[in-house]
Design a protein around this ligand. Structure first.
Ligand code: NAD
Ligand code: UDP
Ligand code: UDP
Length: 338
């Protein structure tokens, strides 16, 4: 709640492209597509706390009502069950477009990235709203440049098992830039690197959620391949801060939003063992096709132009996620045990 005072007195040049210089900020009407999901629900918490009116548009494909249940009944909050593949009419100032089946087990065979993004851009164009796309580090594919900066065009297999997601997001970026150039929509593009934290889907097959759930359930940690592939893990509050700075700032992007702390999957398993259970075993499994070997963001651009950088290290952030997972896996009565 102390965020409200801070945000409501911020002065800015424009909000959603409309507010003149120096005016005090009023609550905005903000749509968050995918707002019942992991990242979206944390973003909604921050927007509500600073006094905005928030409309969540979600079809609950991977999101859960539980993630936003604490806002139901708040007059500044609305929840609409809707698939963004279908057109949608709303009057709003800003659109955070997160709706997307985002994990390997969910993202196949789904036109959300292309058709859903087109619809939300059409909406932004009609009402003059500012539009933010949550793209992904996957647009860099299996990168030949390391770390990856925004100027790198990527190395993506267009016909592989991951390409629905990679190419879907690349197309979403293309559509976003076309609406910016062709229809003068105010757009922002974030390229999000692997993010973890409370409310993450427990069984969607991501490595952090898998390892944490496995360690808590006393199952072996499943390391795919030789475990020497790397990822850079960002805590969700750092991401939300970056998304809001991007939306409020003057730069289109794309901007990498990620934590440059890079870990092999074996190193990640060690952090999980240290945090949850030092006796957790490791079991090797065959890796999936087209798995990127290395990934680490170059965040120079976001540091310079947005004044943003992540603050929470993996060893600090992981315990916060473990508390949430423990509650969801075992129920509240177990949270004080072990
Ligand atoms: P998530 O699965 O928790 O959230 C996605 C939300 O979108 C869910 O609530 C889901 O129900 C909703 N959704 C999916 N298809 C929809 C549709 N057709 N219509 C309406 N709603 C729909 O995933 P997340 O991790 O919170 O991801 C949010 C965004 O961030 C996604 O666009 C994702 O691609 C991007 N991203 C996330 C990460 C990460 O590590 N979490 C990394 C890169 C990019
Ligand atoms: N659209 C929407 N809500 C709106 C305006 C547009 O969902 O408020 C959808 C519309 O149905 C279309 C897409 O956005 O499928 C692109 O709209 P645009 O007006 O840019 O394209 P057009 O309809 O002219 O092809
Ligand atoms: N991975 C793993 N064990 C698991 C799940 C994933 O070793 O139980 C590996 C996976 O092969 C990949 C990395 O962890 O190399 C990150 O996978 P995730 O699906 O979390 O993210 P992405 O591949 O989209 O970056």
């Amino acid at each position: 709640a102390n965020g409200v005072g801070y945000w409501s007195t911020i002065e800015r040049r424009s909000v959603g492209g409309r507010m003149p210089l120096g005016l005090k900020r009023k609550g905005l009407r903000v749509v968050v597509t995918g707002g019942a999901g992991f990242v979206g629900s944390h973003l909604v918490d921050r927007l509500i706390a600073r006094g905005d009116s928030v409309i969540v548009v979600d079809n609950f494909f991977t999101g859960r009502k539980d993630n936003v249940i604490h806002h139901l009944g708040n007059p500044n909050f609305e929840l609409i069950r809707h698939d963004v593949v279908e057109p949608l009419l709303l009057e709003v100032d800003q659109i955070y477009h997160l709706a997307c089946p985002a994990s390997p087990v969910h993202y196949k065979f789904n036109p959300t990235n292309v058709v859903g993004t087109l619809n939300m851009l059409g909406l932004a164009k009609r009402v003059g709203a500012r539009f933010l796309l949550t793209s992904t580090s996957e647009v860099y594919g299996d990168p030949l440049q390391h770390p990856q900066s925004e100027t790198y065009w990527g190395n993506v297999n267009p016909i592989g098992v991951r390409s629905c997601y990679d190419e879907g997001k690349r197309t979403a970026e293309t559509l976003t830039m076309d609406y910016y150039r062709g229809a003068q929509v105010e757009v922002r593009i974030a390229r999000i690197f692997n993010t973890y934290g409370p409310r993450m889907c427990i069984d969607d097959g991501r490595v952090v959620s898998n390892f944490v759930a496995q360690a808590l359930r006393k199952e072996p940690l499943t390391v795919y391949g030789d475990g020497k592939q790397t990822r850079s893990f960002q805590y969700v509050s750092d991401l939300v801060e970056g998304l809001m700075k991007l939306m409020e700032g003057e730069h289109v992007g794309p901007f990498n939003l990620g934590n440059p702390g890079e870990f092999t999957m074996l190193e990640l398993a060690k952090v999980v063992q240290d945090t949850i259970d030092s006796n957790a075993k490791i079991e090797f499994r065959p890796n999936t096709a087209d798995d990127p070997h290395k990934r680490k963001p170059d965040i120079t651009r976001a540091k310079e132009l947005l004044g943003w950088e992540p603050k929470v290290s993996l060893r600090e952030g992981l315990p916060l996620m473990v508390t949430d997972f423990r509650k969801r896996i075992f129920g509240d009565q177990m949270t004080t045990a072990s």
